[in-house]
Design a protein around this ligand. Structure first.
Ligand code: ARG
Length: 414
């Protein structure tokens, strides 16, 4: 019999999918469970897949690769989608797609399958990545094809003897990995309603964290990648886990946003991303010390392009390769240490140092020892302002009054 490799999470939908694919397509199902830091009992998930009827259940611990090849490059790039979303879910998709393809080829499968619905971004990320890496593989997305509601799925599970943990299924749709937890659906679909505490799992509420004494952490970066915490070298997975726990305890990293999906829908998203929040803040602080004004300005545009391409499922693209090369080049002096203060609901940068710092005390100081040439400022200002005064004389003076509003005058006068 031919085989399909299914990305299996152990949840209701992908559990039902094992049987549904067997019935509908007559394919053997290999369940592939990928650990990207979802903090669950992976062995139990694989067992469940076998019990439901998977011919094989494989487990891949992809946490280190996820951090090294996906999270760190995104951090170096400063990739935050639409100013809010550190892209946890979006970053894991191209990795999962790649592993699906590798396993499918190794197992001689003819197809791969995933549990995405037909409304979200994830189906796009999976399908585009899979088709790019392996155009030979058929893609099956049961949730996009079947017309089951959640209740139908629960009934189908009962009929087929598929174990479902929660009888009263959670109203939320959650996806999580090391870089963050994404939550949507249920009451969160009303953008006016404040998310109830139960919607959060990784972060204390800032009010509950109010009794904590402030604490400090030092994060050391090398070429834009965090390598040490409080002076002790640490691997990426452990660093992120540690910061998720610490910052989460302080109520840091809650994000409540309306986001523009690639498929044209605006959606309300609740994210918890304690480590991502801290690390992006620290990384940015180090860049402000080590990048020139012009580098930082140009990189802002690159950051948002980079975030957009991750969000839009274009990881395996030439544009990504191009931007990644640029980003790597920007990071060559982004090494140093950032000091962070945690207090209730907040983290802030309170200190920074780098061997490659561009900050010059002699130039910046208002105290004695000032090396800045104040007289040179006069000439600079004269030339900097020259085009403005020239244009004002020739064109603008009549419309630049002290009385009244400049914009209003321009608008009425044309
Ligand atoms: N909106 C986010 C994205 O498109 C997260 C989607 C996560 N999925 C979920 N089941 N909550 O990347």
């Amino acid at each position: 019999m031919s085989t399909v490799v299914l990305a299996y999470s152990g949840g209701l939908d992908t559990s039902v999918a094992i049987r549904w694919i067997q019935e509908k397509y007559g394919l053997d199902v290999i369940a592939l469970t990928i650990d990207v830091g979802s903090e669950r009992d992976i062995e139990a998930i694989a067992d469940k897949a076998r019990k439901i009827g998977a011919v094989k259940a494989l487990i891949v611990d992809a946490r280190a690769d996820f951090v090294r090849y996906f999270v760190w490059p995104a951090l170096q790039a400063g990739a935050i989608y639409e100013g809010y979303y550190p892209l946890a879910t979006a970053l894991a998709r191209p990795l999962i797609a790649r592993l699906l393809v590798e396993v499918a080829h190794a197992e001689g499968a003819i197809a791969v399958a995933h549990g995405c619905t037909g409304k979200g971004n994830d189906q796009v990320r999976f399908d585009v990545s899979i088709a790019t890496l392996a155009p030979d593989l058929k893609i099956i997305a049961p949730l996009r094809e079947w017309s089951m509601t959640r209740d139908h799925a629960i009934a189908y599970a009962a009929e087929h003897g598929i174990p479902v943990q929660a009888t009263k299924a959670s109203p939320y749709s959650v996806d999580q990995n090391l870089w963050g937890r994404s939550n949507e659906c249920g009451i969160l679909e009303d953008p006016w309603i404040e998310p109830p505490e139960e919607a959060f799992a990784w972060t204390a509420s800032p009010t509950a964290a109010a009794h904590l004494q402030p604490t400090y952490s030092e994060i050391t970066f090398q070429h834009g990648i965090p390598i040490a915490l409080n002076g002790v070298e640490i691997d990426g997975v452990t660093l992120i886990e540690t910061l998720n726990e610490l910052a989460g305890r302080y109520g840091v990293g809650r994000i409540d946003s309306i986001e523009n999906r690639l498929v044209g829908i605006k959606s309300r998203e609740i994210y918890e991303a304690p480590a991502a929040t801290v690390l992006h803040m620290a990384h940015r602080a180090l860049e402000s010390l080590t990048l020139s004004r012009e580098q930082a300005r140009f990189k802002e545009g690159v950051s948002s392009e980079y975030a957009r391409l991750i969000y839009n499922g274009q990881w395996y693209s030439a544009l990504h390769q191009d931007l990644a090369s640029y980003v790597q080049s920007t990071q060559r002096f982004v090494s140093g240490t950032i000091r962070i203060r945690f207090s209730s609901g907040q983290c802030s940068v309170v200190g920074r140092k780098s061997e490659h710092s561009l900050y010059s005390h002699g130039l910046a100081t208002y105290e004695s020892g000032d090396q800045f040439d104040h007289n040179a400022a006069l000439g600079f200002i004269k030339l900097w302002g020259l085009p403005l005064s020239t244009q004002a004389q020739a064109q603008l003076l009549p419309s630049i009054g002290m009385e009244g509003n400049l914009l209003a005058k321009v608008a009425t006068k044309e």
